[in-house]
Design a protein around this ligand. Structure first.
Ligand code: ZN
Length: 243
């Protein structure tokens, strides 16, 4: 056997073993919701709630892919056998195309989160549409299909983009709760406390986190343990394939 083939065989075995470890000790993905490709708007902070039962949460990560931190996030998710949805920045997709593809290969789903993470509300309609166009092109160049969903940077929605997304059957994915994980000084204990408070308040819904941030990547094993200890169930969001 050639060395490359041998390495591939070893890797395949390692992957199979990792998958085989999923069991009652892990958090696990309880179920998958497959949404239509349509101009819907979800996330109770700004729109309709997803059809989730009490105690069900959707894990979402914004601002990646990040070469430094996304792999750690993927490891933590894999260790607990849970799937998440990543809202990617167009420029980051272009910088890390292989990492973007890895998200999908590992069973996660992905939407877009603008091209350069601007404050869209300060831009002209033309500039906003241009940013959307570039982010869609970046997504399509890596995944071969149009993005099914969009999350506004800073959740700052604009009439221009809301209309464009609706027209082009791209779902707006807002949130139900956050852990405000954008300060590098945040410790794992602080993030776990914020998650607990958000869960206690919302009881269900879409959780916003950031795979771009080291503090989040570091804390994720603990955050997933919080969900498990409190009896929450993880629901994975997927979208229908484009027609
Ligand atoms: Zn963001």
């Amino acid at each position: 056997m050639r060395l490359t083939a041998l390495l591939l065989a070893v890797l395949a075995t390692a992957t199979a073993n990792a998958a085989a470890q999923c069991g009652p000790d892990q958090l696990n993905t309880a179920r998958t919701i497959t949404l239509k490709r349509e101009g819907a708007q979800y996330g109770a902070l700004q729109h309709a709630a997803l059809p989730l039962e009490k105690g069900e949460v959707v894990l979402t990560f914004d601002d990646g892919p990040s070469a430094d931190n996304t792999p750690l996030v993927l490891k933590a998710l894999s260790d607990q056998c849970v799937k998440a949805t990543f809202f990617l920045i167009g420029e980051h997709i272009k910088q890390q195309p292989d990492l973007a593809r890895r998200l999908i290969r590992e069973g996660h789903s992905a939407g877009i989160h603008s091209n350069t993470h601007p404050h869209l509300g300060t831009m002209t309609p033309e500039q906003q549409l241009d940013d959307l166009k570039l982010s869609r092109a970046a997504y399509k160049s890596v995944f071969g299909v149009e993005p099914p969903a969009y999350r506004f940077p800073y959740l700052e929605e604009t009439p221009t983009l809301l209309e464009a997304l609706k027209r082009d059957n791209i779902t707006v994915a807002s949130i139900d709760m956050a852990i405000n994980d954008w300060t590098p000084e945040d410790t794992t204990a602080i993030l776990a406390q914020r998650l607990t408070e958000s869960l206690d308040k919302a009881g269900r819904g879409i959780i916003l986190m950031h795979d771009e941030h080291a503090a989040t990547a570091r804390a994720l094993p603990t955050l997933l343990k919080v969900l498990q200890d409190k009896g929450y169930k993880v629901v994975h969001l997927e979208w229908e394939a484009p027609k």
